[in-house]
Write a protein that binds this ligand. Structure first.
Ligand SMILES: [Zn+2]
Length: 258
């Protein structure tokens, strides 16, 4: 499935860590085959339910920290910094950017209403649907991916569903075919068992098995080990939910086609 050289791969991740959890194995395989892999981070993960009352500076620092964690993890997976694009839209706020409007959304966490990071793709872009779509269309036009990894439409996290919807909207304006592979991160109590079980298979949730074709990508032992190391780079997250994150270290990764 990954034979032809120099294929172009784009992974769209709502938060820094989704790219490693969902595609940390297949990214390594694409790189091994010489494909060009680009990662697009929709948010920098600058929102967190715990600590909502902390000052906005805390969340801006968290965004910066999580972006750096992604760069470190992706370096391990073979993706250089220049192939990582951070959009910097609001964590836990992407659903608000799915509707057209003239008034920019204000993050409950950072208290800003425009992309606050100078290293982001469009610093200062107002938190509006129009801004996200403009960025996504430009990047899709420029990268022209052969394969696009994006969230599954049934993911239970609102930022993941919003990422799917925004990507779909941007793709409608793109000429040509893109192979789409949808990954799941948040879905009820999935995956089970919770924790690091690298010998076990990741299976689709029972309720999503019918009617969808799932592609299982098998990981080599060294790729599993490297994925584990990459996930451990997200220390801002592993300090709270390490067991959950390590539940994605399995002998395969799963993608719904369509
Ligand atoms: Zn996420």
């Amino acid at each position: 499935m990954l034979q032809s050289p120099k294929r172009r791969i784009l992974v769209i991740a709502p938060h820094p860590d989704d790219e490693a959890l969902a595609t940390g194995g297949v990214i390594q395989e694409h790189r091994r085959q010489g494909h060009i892999v680009t990662i697009l981070l929709m948010t920098c993960g600058d929102g967190q339910r715990r600590g909502l009352l902390l000052p906005s500076k805390h969340f801006l620092r968290l965004g910066e920290r999580r972006y750096r964690e992604s760069l470190e993890a992706l370096r391990l997976l073979g993706v250089p910094e220049k192939r990582v694009i951070a959009l910097g839209y609001p964590d836990r706020g992407l659903a608000h950017l799915c509707v057209d409007g003239q008034t920019p959304y204000t993050s409950r966490y950072t208290k800003v209403c425009a992309v606050p990071y100078e290293w982001a793709y469009s610093p200062g872009a107002p938190y509006l649907r129009e801004s996200v779509l403009c960025d996504l269309k430009e990047i899709l036009e420029r990268e022209r991916p052969d394969i696009l990894y994006l969230p599954h439409p049934q993911d239970r996290h609102s930022d993941h569903r919003a990422t799917y919807l925004l990507a779909q909207a941007a793709l409608r304006t793109l000429n040509g075919e893109v192979e789409r592979r949808h990954y799941l991160i948040h879905y009820r109590a999935w995956p089970l068992p919770v924790g690091k079980y690298p010998q076990r298979r990741l299976l689709p949730p029972r309720s999503l098995r019918d009617g969808a074709a799932w592609l299982a990508h098998e990981l080599r032992p060294e790729q599993i080990e490297r994925k584990l190391q990459a996930i451990r780079c997200y220390r801002s997250q592993t300090q709270y939910i390490e067991d959950h994150l390590l539940s994605f270290v399995r002998c395969n990764e799963l993608f719904a086609l369509g």
